[in-house]
Design a binder for this molecule. Sequence first.
Ligand SMILES: *Cc1c(COP(=O)(O)O)cnc(C)c1O
Length: 218
Amino acid sequence: MNAKEFNVLKRELSENNVQLIAVSKTKPIDRMRKVESWGHSIFGENRIEEINRKAPLLPEFYQWHLIGPLQSRKIKTLQTNITLIQAVDREKILWGLERHFQELNHVQDILLQVHIAEEESKHGFNLEQVEKIMSSNEFLQMKHVRVRGLMGMATFTPDKEQIKAEFLSLRHIYEHMKTTDELDQFNILSMGMSGDYKLAIDCGSNMVRIGSKIFGPR
Ligand SMILES: *Cc1c(COP(=O)(O)O)cnc(C)c1O
């Protein structure tokens, strides 16, 4: 993508009040600086090692989103420089993050990942699990992890109706949980990637994670 195409994408998203996460996983620093020169500095990576390696080499104003699954043994390597951890997909990880960020005296924003795809390889909770977690005592007592919303990935399929149904199911869970949030901090619905982001926006997404469309194939 060149600067002009990027601006068209940014305008399309901002007209819909959708935030763009430029997914820079596996891409070198100089490609990220190019995107930065187009006026964008919010990036998504799916491995914590890659954030820890790249962040010291780039300006402090960069915002980092961890979009890939987190293993519990890696929690201790998390620093306080991640704007949003998007793919919390197990209770064990949630409580582990609370303990870790308590030690670091930091409040970490996260999203719960919901399983909407038919593929088993995609991670996440279902509605009942999200409800159970968010009404549990442990959850209500968490002080160092703040759940800002939900994230999901649709099935990799050409069937637009199926993708739409999956996105709408996530939207439904999001709206349902949102009604229980008095502080209105639960306000992020992250869905949509290069191939399906337009459909995701039609279905109510307010954050898209776009990689290959911006950076080219991996
Ligand atoms: C890689 C990745 C993306 C971006 O995928 P593209 O198809 O390259 O846009 C989005 N979300 C997650 C969780 C990813 O791992």
